[in-house]
Design a protein around this ligand. Structure first.
Ligand SMILES: Cc1cc2nc3c(=O)[nH]c(=O)nc-3n(C[C@H](O)[C@H](O)[C@H](O)COP(=O)(O)O)c2cc1C
Length: 309
C-alpha cells in the first residue's frame, strides 16, 4: 500500500504509532519502525535531556526512520524543540496546540512535520504554514481529545487540504484502516492498539486493563477544565467526575490526579492510575508483538481494499 505518506516518510506501511506520553518510549518506537510503520517517542511532560537520550537509544535499536511527539503545553517544549532540530530526527508530530513558533527551525533541519489536529480550521492553518501532513484525530482516541468523531472529521479535513491526511481515533484492525482510506486518508495513526504489545515498556496491569476493557469502559474526565482526557474507567475517574459535577476547582481536581500517569504506567495502580486509552480498547483481546499487530492489520486492510475479503 504505497501512498503519499509512505513515500514522504520512507516507510513500508501507512501506519504511524501515536506518540503516547509515558507509554511510548524508544522500545515501542523502535519496534514499530522495525516492523515497517513509523514509531514515535512520546515526550509528554519530559525534559530535553530525557528526549535526547531516548532518541539516541532508539537509534541503537533501529536504522529505520522514527519520530518524536512534542506536547506543546509542556513547559520544556522550547528546549525539546532545539534538541530535535540538533538531532535531526526524521519526523515530529505535535499535540495540544499549534507548533507555529518552531516550524521554521524544524523545516531548516530537514524534519518532516505532522501536527495532530481536531478541527478543519487548525488543519488548514498547518497546511498554510508548511506542514508535510496532518493527523486528523477523532474523539474516540485515548488521551487528550477533541469533539469531532473520526468519521466526521477525516473527510472534512481531506476535502479542505491538499497535503496527506492521516486518520486517528478508533483504528485497531484492518477494517479501521480500510474505512479510513475510504474517507480519503492516506495513512492511520494508532495509539491504543499498541498498549497491549510485548515491547511496550509499561506495567503489565495497564496492558491487562486494556485487554479486559469492553466497549463502554472508557470515560472522559476534564470537560469542565477545557482539557478532556479519555481513560479506562476506575476509582479515579469516578471520583474525578463526581467532583467535576459538584463544581470542584481546577486546583482540587489537580490535587486528585497528581502523579496519576506515573501510578498507571510505573506502579500499575488499577484504582488511582490514569490509564489513558481509547474507545477501541474493547476490540483488543490479546497481547501480541508489535510485528504481529501490524502485519495482521495490514493483511486484513489489503484484503478488504483489494476487494478479496
Ligand atoms: C496512553 C496515550 C497517551 C497519549 N499521549 C499523547 C501525547 O502525548 N501526544 C499526542 O499528540 N497524542 C497522544 N495520544 C494520542 C495518540 O498519539 C493517538 O493519536 C491516539 O491514541 C489515536 O487513537 P486510538 O487511541 O483510538 O488509537 C495518546 C494516546 C494514548 C492512548
Amino acid at each position: 500500500m504505497k501512498t503519499r505518506l509512505t513515500e514522504l516518510l520512507n516507510i513500508e506501511y501507512p501506519i504511524i504509532q501515536g506518540g503516547m506520553a509515558w507509554v511510548a518510549d524508544f522500545h515501542l518506537a523502535a519496534a514499530v519502525s522495525n516492523a515497517g510503520g513509523l514509531g514515535i517517542i512520546g515526550s509528554g511532560g519530559a525534559d530535553a535531556d530525557w528526549v535526547r537520550n531516548q532518541v539516541k537509544s532508539c537509534r541503537e535499536l533501529t536504522d529505520k526512520p522514527f519520530g518524536v511527539n512534542v506536547m506543546l503545553m509542556n513547559p520544556h517544549a522550547p528546549e525539546i524543540a532545539d534538541v530535535l532540530a540538533e538531532e535531526k530526527v526524521a519526523v515530529i508530530t505535535t499535540g495540544a496546540g499549534s507548533p507555529e513558533r518552531y516550524l521554521k527551525k524544524w523545516q531548516e533541519a530537514g524534519i518532516k512535520i505532522i501536527p495532530v489536529v481536531a478541527s478543519v480550521g487548525l488543519a488548514k492553518r498547518m497546511e498554510k504554514l508548511g506542514a508535510d501532513a496532518v493527523v486528523a484525530e477523532g474523539t474516540e482516541s485515548g488521551g487528550h481529545i477533541g469533539e469531532l468523531t473520526t468519521m466526521t472529521l477525516v473527510p472534512q479535513v481531506v476535502d479542505a487540504l491538499s497535503i496527506p491526511v492521516v486518520a486517528a481515533g478508533g483504528i485497531a484492525d484492518g477494517r479501521g484502516i480500510a474505512a479510513a482510506f475510504m474517507l480519503g486518508a492516506e495513512g492511520v495513526q494508532c495509539g491504543t492498539c499498541f498498549i497491549p504489545c510485548e515491547e511496550t515498556n509499561i506495567h503489565q496491569n495497564y496492558k491487562d486493563l486494556v485487554i479486559k476493557a469492553s466497549d463502554i469502559d472508557t470515560k472522559v474526565t476534564g470537560r469542565s477544565t477545557g482539557h478532556p482526557v479519555r481513560t479506562i474507567r476506575n476509582q479515579l475517574t469516578k471520583l474525578y467526575l463526581k467532583m467535576e459535577a459538584e463544581g470542584a476547582t481546577l486546583d482540587e481536581l489537580e490535587q486528585l490526579s497528581l502523579g496519576s500517569l506515573r501510578k498507571a504506567v510505573l506502579d500499575g495502580d488499577k484504582d488511582m492510575g490514569s490509564f489513558m486509552a481509547g474507545q477501541i480498547s474493547g476490540l483488543l483481546k490479546e497481547q501480541v508483538t508489535v510485528k504481529e499487530r501490524i502485519v495482521s492489520m495490514m493483511d486484513q486492510a489489503e484484503a478488504l481494499l483489494g476487494g478479496k475479503k
